[in-house]
Design a binder for this molecule. Structure first.
Ligand code: BGC
Length: 395
C-alpha cells in the first residue's frame, strides 16, 4: 500500500433486557445489551493504557490459518497471534458491516481500533491498494463511507475507540505531488481527511492521522512540509479535540530504535536524520506542534522484527524474511510515542505479485518481495507462517 518514497521527496430491541440508556439508538442484541458498558467514555490523554481489543475478523483469519498448519509447535505459536489486539481496516463501504459486530463485544476496559481507509483515488502513488472510489468522488466518501461509520460509532458512546486516519494519503501529497494521480487526488484527500476528522470527533474516540514513516517524511527536506500539510488539514477540520497526533510505520518495516539505523550507510543517509522511527517521531512531533497540531505518535511494530531485508528503504511490499514485532504496548520509553501497535494485520498481503493483475505494482515483484502474493488485504498463508517463525519476541 505504500507510495513512492523519494528523498525530496454499539431495552434491547427484543424488549427482553433493558439496555443502559445512552446506548439505544437502534436495534442491539440481548447479548450486546448484557455486555454494554455502564457509562459514557471520554478519552483524553494516551488511550493505549487500555488493552487493544482482539477483533473477530483477524481472529477468524488466524484461526483458519492455524487449522491449516500441520506442525504442532508452529500451530501452537500461531494460535497465540489471534489474541493480539490489532487494527481492523474498513477499506470499503461494504466492510462497514463488520464494525458493529465487533463493537458490541468490546470489554469495557479495552480499546477498539479501526483504520479509516477509503479515500477517493486511494493509494495515488502506487497501484496495489487502489480503492473503490474514483478520484474526485468526495460525495460518496462523505455520505456512503464516513457518515454511516459515524452513525454506528454514535450508538456506542460507552466504548473506547482509536482510529488511524487514511494511511499514506497526506504523505503522498507531500512527496508525490508531481504525479498526475496524486494531483487528481489532492483536493479529495485534504477535504476527505478533514471531513473524517471533524465527523469522527466524538468523546469516546481518539484519532491519529497517518504520517508515513522515517524513510518518507523523515527526509530533512520533507519534515517541515510534511508537518505543515498534516497541520493544515487538522486546522481545516476545525482543530478537533480528539486528534492526538500521528500514526507512523503503518504496514511498514522500520525498526523502533535500531542504531545505527538500517539505512544509515546508504549514500543518501546524510539527507535523512530520522534513521529509525524513534528519531522520526521525536523529530516530527515537535514540528507538528510548531505547525499547530498535537504531536503524539503511535508506531506500527507488527512486522518489523527482522531488519536488513530490504534492498532499498522504499521497498514496501511483502518484504521477504519478515517477522512479527513487539506486541502492542504503551510502554515505549519515549514521551512522544503513545504506543507500539499492530496496525497492519500480519498475514494480509500488501499487494499482488501477479504481473497481469490490474493492481499489480512493480514493488511487489522486486527481489526482496515475497512471491507469490495475493491481492492487497487478502490472506497469504505462507507469509503468515513466516511471520510467526521469525517473530521477535517469539510466540
Ligand atoms: C489493503 C487493504 C487492507 C489493508 C490491511 C491494504 O494494503 O489495500 O485492502 O484492508 O492493507 O491488510
Amino acid at each position: 500500500m505504500k507510495g513512492l518514497y523519494t528523498a525530496l521527496l454499539a431495552t434491547a430491541a427484543t424488549g427482553v433486557l433493558a439496555a443502559p440508556s445512552p446506548v439505544e439508538n437502534g436495534p442491539i442484541t440481548a447479548r450486546a445489551a448484557a455486555a454494554a458498558c455502564a457509562t459514557p467514555v471520554t478519552l483524553s490523554g494516551n488511550p493505549f493504557t487500555r488493552k487493544i481489543y482482539a477483533n473477530k475478523e483477524y481472529k477468524k483469519e488466524v484461526d483458519a490459518a492455524v487449522a491449516a498448519i500441520s506442525d504442532s509447535s508452529l500451530s501452537a505459536a500461531a494460535a497465540k497471534v489471534g489474541d493480539v489486539g490489532t487494527f481492523l481496516w474498513i477499506d470499503t463501504r461494504a466492510r462497514i458491516s463488520v464494525i458493529e459486530d465487533n463493537l458490541k463485544d468490546v470489554p469495557c476496559d479495552q480499546l477498539a481500533a479501526f483504520v479509516i481507509y477509503d479515500l477517493p483515488g486511494r493509494d495515488c502513488a502506487a497501484k496495489a491498494s487502489n480503492g473503490e472510489l474514483a478520484a474526485g468522488d468526495l460525495t460518496t466518501y462523505k455520505t456512503e463511507y464516513i457518515d454511516p461509520i459515524v452513525k454506528i460509532f454514535k450508538k456506542y458512546p460507552n466504548t473506547a475507540i482509536a482510529l488511524v486516519i487514511e494511511p499514506d494519503s497526506l504523505p503522498n501529497l507531500v512527496t508525490n505531488k508531481d504525479l498526475q494521480t496524486c494531483k487528481d487526488s489532492a483536493t479529495g484527500y485534504r477535504e476527505g481527511v478533514a471531513y473524517a476528522l471533524k465527523s469522527l470527533n466524538l468523546p469516546n474516540i481518539i484519532m491519529y492521522i497517518d504520517a508515513g514513516h522515517g524513510g518518507w517524511l523523515g527526509w530533512n527536506d520533507n519534515l517541515k512540509p510534511g508537518a505543515q500539510e498534516l497541520a493544515d488539514v487538522y486546522k481545516k477540520a476545525g482543530s478537533p479535540k480528539q486528534v492526538r497526533g500521528v500514526s507512523t510505520n503503518v504496514a511498514g518495516w522500520n525498526a523502533w530504535d535500531l542504531s545505527p539505523g538500517e539505512f544509515s550507510k546508504a549514500t543518501d543517509a546524510q539527507w535523512n536524520k530520522c534513521q529509525n522511527e524513534k528519531i522520526y517521531v521525536e523529530t516530527f512531533g515537535p514540528l507538528l506542534k510548531a505547525a499547530g497540531m498535537p504531536g503524539q505518535a503511535i508506531v506500527d511494530t507488527g512486522r518489523n522484527a527482522v531488519q536488513g531485508l530490504r534492498k532499498e528503504w522504499g521497498d514496501w511490499c511483502n518484504v521477504n524474511g519478515a517477522g512479527f514485532g513487539v506486541r502492542p504496548t504503551s510502554t515505549t520509553g519515549s514521551s512522544y510515542a503513545d504506543a507500539f501497535v499492530w496496525v497492519k494485520p500480519g498475514g494480509e498481503s500488501d499487494g499482488t505479485s501477479d504481473t497481469g493483475a490490474t493492481r499489480y505494482d512493480s514493488y511487489c515483484g522486486k527481489d526482496d518481495a515475497f512471491k507469490p502474493a495475493p491481492e492487497a488485504g487478502t490472506w497469504n498463508q505462507e507469509y503468515f507462517e513466516m511471520l510467526v517463525k521469525n517473530a521477535k519476541p517469539a510466540f
